[in-house]
Design a binder for this molecule. Structure first.
Ligand SMILES: O=c1[nH]c(NC[C@H](O)[C@H](O)[C@H](O)CO)c([N+](=O)[O-])c(=O)[nH]1
Length: 169
């Protein structure tokens, strides 16, 4: 029994996301779960913060290991153009198998995403679930049967608007 409310408390600031340009890069691995996370983030940004649907670019890559490179190249390409992204959300689902593959990818992806964000000066929300089994992943995408299920995409959408507004130059 926890003696505190686990999870993030949304900021009580009423951020205006109407001029934000957001990039979502998501994987196609474990796609049904990823799709729910992307929907949670997108619907939160548009319904709670007035982010315009047409200002949310969505790109996909094969797996989580490709997320840092994709984010880096899409940020670079956007800076070449007139419009560039105020914030990026990288979304993937890693589920541990019977080998050490999971550990190596999880470490590489979290370090890689942090590096791209700091190097580019664009905030990147870390939306990669690192789960020990399918049920953990389903629960954290608001799927599955447990009462405690909660779509973490909602939290990532809120985080993206806060970071995007604060980064809006
Ligand atoms: O996004 C994921 N990629 C996974 N592997 C692919 C990896 O991200 C790369 O796409 C692949 O290694 C090619 O670079 C996963 N597993 O292996 O289990 C996984 O659970 N999730």
């Amino acid at each position: 029994m926890t003696s505190f409310t686990k999870g993030v408390v949304p900021s009580n600031e009423k951020y205006d996301g109407s001029s934000l340009r957001v990039l979502i890069v998501h994987t196609r691995w474990n796609y049904e779960i990823v799709e729910a996370l992307v929907r949670g983030a997108t619907e939160t940004m548009t319904s709670e913060y007035n982010v315009k649907a047409e200002n949310i670019s969505v790109q996909s890559v094969s797996g989580s290991y490709e997320l840092p490179f994709a984010a880096q190249s899409l940020i670079k390409a956007s800076k070449m153009g007139t419009q560039w992204f105020n914030v990026v959300i990288c979304i993937g689902v890693l589920i541990k198998g019977s080998t050490m593959h999971f550990e190596y990818i999880a470490e590489a992806v979290s370090q890689g995403i942090m590096k791209v964000s700091l190097d580019s000066g664009v905030p990147i929300v870390f939306g990669v679930l690192t789960c020990l089994d399918d049920e953990q992943a389903l629960e954290r995408a608001g799927l599955g049967n447990k009462e405690s299920k909660h779509n973490h995409g909602i939290d990532w959408g809120r985080c993206a608007v806060e970071m995007g507004v604060k980064n809006h130059k």
